[in-house]
Design a binder for this molecule. Structure first.
Ligand SMILES: C[S@@+](CC[C@H](N)C(=O)[O-])C[C@H]1O[C@@H](n2cnc3c(N)ncnc32)[C@H](O)[C@@H]1O
Length: 402
């Protein structure tokens, strides 16, 4: 796991688990072609998150205790590094919303230069509707688009022509091709329908937000649709280019970059997010830079991250309930798992025995902990002899080696 000594050597097609500022500071200048970021929006909300099938849970804390100044300072330091690592032909897309877009626009103007501001893209999602009474529906996010210089890569994207435009191609030539007679600067010319690329897309993008039944959904409320990233990546990069997302979440950017034959660099400080994105893009877990490797790393993990890590590492799934979880932290093949981020003594074992007794379909349970005391071992032996309940102890050491 990342510590103050961890070095994040720059390597395309890599996932880094760590604070993105530290990661970026190790990267060389002018090294990436395209950056998309989807940072916390300064919403002052706490998200309790259920992670899809694996029913992972984690808290994504978007609470800025001291207010906008803390948020601005957090973002300014990161945008400064992003500007540094971006190539002179590169593009930067910053995803935000009404909470902080005004502040971020001013910040980016200062960093990239107002002349390098390209667009304020409106991502309009018509499929989200909430109950509001004192203001209009809020159904768009803002994506600020900047480039480092005027020499940016830009591949215009097109949408198919509307029926009304197609109707204008009302003539047919001797080869059966449809065309329209148009006038440009006083000169008449023929425009063929089969040569039209469609309509160049503008700065208002109508793309649905992921619905709860969407196949893409991985259980994370701020997960972005692949269609959105596809548009950005196709426009501002070419095959083989390096795409960086340092607030990666479920790894949408990485998944799309990979699909479009770009190289990717993904960063997130949540070990659970890194695990999830690695699974999504079939990236080897052992190759994630900054993942917990030692006992000391594991001790520093937040409790819910530790629980997710331990259950997954053991081949189980983590209980999504943070409170009132019935004393069960996860399951492996339906058998309950209890996770302790410390040494385990007899009281914890006795409590777990009661939990197992409450779910009569299993007379078995797994306990994960640092070490198991003599009392814990006696409790386990007693459970087997007197209650015919099997408890298996798994040491964190073993999980780290496995
Ligand atoms: C809004 S989510 C990104 C969602 C993503 N676009 C997707 O489609 O799944 C923001 C992510 O940034 C991560 N994050 C927040 N602060 C970070 C930091 N300082 N360093 C690295 N990751 C951070 C969070 O863990 C979270 O997963």
């Amino acid at each position: 796991m990342a510590n103050s000594k961890t070095r994040y050597d720059f390597k395309p097609d890599t996932i880094y688990c760590g604070d993105n500022l530290k990661v970026l500071m190790d990267f060389p200048a002018e090294s990436v072609d395209l950056i998309y970021i989807d940072p916390p929006f300064f919403t002052s909300k706490k998200y309790q998150v259920i992670w899809g099938d694996a029913q992972e849970k984690r808290m994504f804390n978007d609470v800025w205790k001291i207010g906008i100044q803390t948020y601005k300072s957090f973002m300014r330091r990161r945008i400064k590094q992003l500007w540094r690592v971006l190539k002179s032909t590169g593009s930067f897309y910053l995803h935000c919303d009404y909470h902080a877009n005004a502040h971020l626009r001013i910040m980016c103007n200062a960093m990239f230069g107002a002349k390098n501001f390209r667009n304020e893209i409106i991502w309009h999602y018509p499929n989200r509707w909430t109950n509001v009474s004192k203001n209009f529906q809020r159904n768009y996010d803002t994506i600020l688009f900047y480039t480092k210089t005027k020499n940016n890569t830009f591949n215009t994207q097109y949408t198919p022509l509307k029926e009304s435009s197609i109707k204008r191609y009302d003539k047919t030539d001797e080869n059966g091709r449809k065309y329209a007679n148009l006038i440009h600067k006083g000169t008449r010319y023929k425009k063929y329908l089969d040569e039209s690329k469609g309509r160049a897309i503008g700065d208002v993008w109508k793309i649905n937000i992921l619905g709860s039944n969407s196949k893409e959904r991985l259980g994370y409320p701020t997960q972005k649709p692949e269609a959105l990233l596809e548009r950005i990546i196709l426009t501002s990069s070419n095959e083989g280019d390096i795409v960086l997302d340092m607030f990666c979440g479920t790894g949408t950017t990485l998944a799309v970059a990979k699909k479009l034959n770009r190289k990717f660099i993904g960063v997130d400080f949540s070990h659970t997010a890194c695990t999830l994105m690695a699974e999504r893009i079939k990236y080897p877990m052992g190759d994630i830079i900054g993942m917990p490797m030692t006992f000391e790393d594991v001790k520093k993990m937040k409790p819910f991250e530790f629980q997710n890590w331990a259950c997954r590492r053991f081949g189980g799934i983590s209980n999504p309930k943070k409170v009132a979880d019935g004393g069960i932290d996860g399951w492996k093949s339906g058998v309950p798992i209890e996770v302790k981020q410390h040494n385990v003594g007899s009281p914890a074992v006795k409590k777990f025995i009661t939990v197992i007794q409450q779910s009569p379909e299993h007379n078995k349970g797994y306990m994960i902990g640092y070490k198991f005391t003599k009392g814990a071992k006696e409790g386990k032996a007693w459970a087997k002899e007197d209650l015919d309940i099997d408890i298996e102890f798994i040491k964190v050491d073993v999980l780290l080696k496995g």
